[in-house]
Design a protein around this ligand. Structure first.
Ligand code: ADP
Ligand code: GLC
Length: 485
């Protein structure tokens, strides 16, 4: 009889269903600016498939999702930020259509706007969001198993849970911080210290980094566990983390690198309604051809030539400022033998330069400046190559979408790109370069051009790429183990 006890213990620990609260500024399809939205829109779904109860709490921006879905109010209260009381309501999407419950924190005057970030009062907006979220959780009759916060917009939660008097009874709920990008930290001045619910001032140092209140640093100090979105990024942030290197090295003991996955239901060339022709690994040649032809027709390009693409935020981290020179060189050297297509938005100077190339190389080059989810799918499906010359890339999802759609990634060996792309020279499927420089990327474009001449090899590589499994199944399981550590 006693022999059964260890098994029972194992059974109970394996079958303990966890209630996991993800707190984030983005979640696809509710609101997405970049990869954070994709991750938070997928990870909870995969955790629920494993039998757990994962939910997402995020701000109620004025998005299409808010206008087009049905919600019930689960909380009606006030979020006190310093001397201002904001009316806060939390709305639950009624149908669980995303595969998890999503709760939208509506704060009058702060989130009834279209955009996600970039407002002068972002500090007040995200602090009010975090306070409303905790006020709500603190009045539940039960405790969740873990509060999982993403990036600095939710980074003050671990501090407030463990230090603010009004949250004392949830201070024993474990917190996990995922760092998607340490470049952005959400710093603000000490004149706003009175925004916090009361706490013992002796703990003020937990908020401090480089003489400012730093939400990401506070989360690194106070969260029970830290994860980065790839193993290589965990190594890199001990020497490149926009000023947080020393702190991150110090907290390395509680940090783990977990590679992001992708939502293989949303990103599925066989079922994707956003692409011109669906395909799978068996029909990939005809599928990619049809999608490339459609893309080239719309953007006035020549489908008989290799198509190089870029999708992303036009910012320094992505190496976007290098793109105009990279493209001018490649277009001049190739004598009209290549096509280039860009989808992105960001720095206006880069946008203008990228637009200008269209006039000089019509028929070989085009750019769509803006954000367009459907077009991104069509590009992953129709492109031959996807460029990612990133200076910083904590994980990167684009290269994994490219693989899934049989598009060869050309990436800088950094962060998650290093963890997911193996160079053709090493028996792999991608083209890798070491530096984020015009010369290195130009050389990689040349290698891709040579590869393109060998269509038999290209076909083999496409098959290989499409058979790689980057779904969330593995990493979702890894997060569950982290919660139980
Ligand atoms: P980051 O989060 O740093 O921007 P990721 O590679 O993790 O980079 O994720 C970027 C996500 O945003 C991908 O889903 C990509 O397809 C999408 N994306 C980026 N720019 C655009 C755009 N202009 N239009 C549509 N989708 C975009
Ligand atoms: C950040 C990173 C990106 C990562 C994404 C999702 O935006 O810049 O590399 O893929 O978060 O974790």
């Amino acid at each position: 009889m006693l022999n059964h006890l260890p098994n029972l213990k194992q059974f109970l620990s394996e079958y303990h269903f966890m209630e996991i609260i993800h707190v984030s500024a983005e979640c696809y399809p509710v609101a997405k600016v970049g990869g954070l939205g994709d991750v938070v829109g997928a990870l909870p779904k995969y955790q629920n498939k494993l039998g757990h109860f994962a939910k997402v709490v995020m701000p109620a921006y004025q998005t299409k999702f808010l206008a087009e879905n049905q919600f019930e109010t689960v909380y009606d209260g006030w979020a006190k930020v310093g001397s201002t009381n904001y009316q806060a309501r939390i709305l639950r999407e009624k149908t669980n259509k995303l595969g998890f419950d999503v709760f939208l924190v509506h704060i009058a005057g702060l989130f009834d706007r279209d955009g996600v970030y970039g407002y002068a009062d972002d500090t007040e907006r995200f602090l009010a969001f975090q306070i409303a979220t905790l006020d709500w959780i603190a009045q539940w009759e039960h405790r969740p198993d873990v509060v999982h916060v993403h990036d600095h917009h939710a980074g003050l939660i671990p501090f407030m849970m463990s230090n603010c008097h009004q949250y004392a009874h949830i201070s024993q709920v474990p917190t996990v911080l995922t760092i998607h990008n340490a470049q952005y930290q959400g710093q603000f001045g000490w004149d706003k210290l009175h925004y916090f619910p009361s706490f013992d001032l002796v703990n003020t140092n937990k908020l401090d980094w480089a003489s400012a209140i730093n939400p990401l640093a506070a989360a690194i100090k106070c969260a029970w566990r830290i994860t980065t979105v790839s193993p290589s990024y965990l190594d890199e942030i001990s020497y490149a983390a926009n000023g947080l290197e020393r702190l991150l090295s110090q907290e390395r003991g509680k940090s783990i690198g977990v590679l992001n996955g992708i939502d293989t239901e949303v990103w599925n060339p066989q079922k994707d309604k956003m692409i011109a022709k669906s395909y799978n690994v068996r029909t990939l040649e005809s599928g990619k051809k049809a999608n490339k032809e459609e893309l080239c027709r719309v953007f006035n390009l020549d489908a008989s030539k290799p198509l190089y693409t870029f999708i992303g935020r036009l910012v320094g981290e992505k190496g976007a400022d290098l793109l105009p020179d990279i493209f001018y060189n490649a277009l001049a050297q190739s004598n009209g033998e290549i096509n280039i297509l860009v989808l992105g938005s960001g720095d206006t100077h880069v946008e203008d330069r990228l637009n200008a190339i269209t006039h000089q190389y019509p028929g070989s080059y085009n750019a769509f400046i803006g954000y367009n989810e459907a077009l991104s799918h069509q590009i992953y499906a129709g492109a031959d190559f996807l460029l990612m010359p990133s200076r910083v890339e904590p994980c990167g999802l684009n290269q994994m979408y490219a693989l899934r759609y049989g598009t060869i990634p050309i990436v800088r060996r950094i962060g998650g790109l290093k963890d997911t792309v193996v160079d053709i020279g090493d028996g792999g499927f991608g083209i890798c370069h070491d530096q984020s420089s015009v010369w290195d990327v130009g050389h990689a474009i040349g290698r891709a051009y040579e590869l393109y001449q060998d269509q038999k090899k290209v076909k083999e590589i496409r098959k290989l790429m499409m058979s790689i499994d980057h779904s969330w199944d593995n990493s979702a399981q890894q997060y569950l183990s982290i919660y139980q550590m």
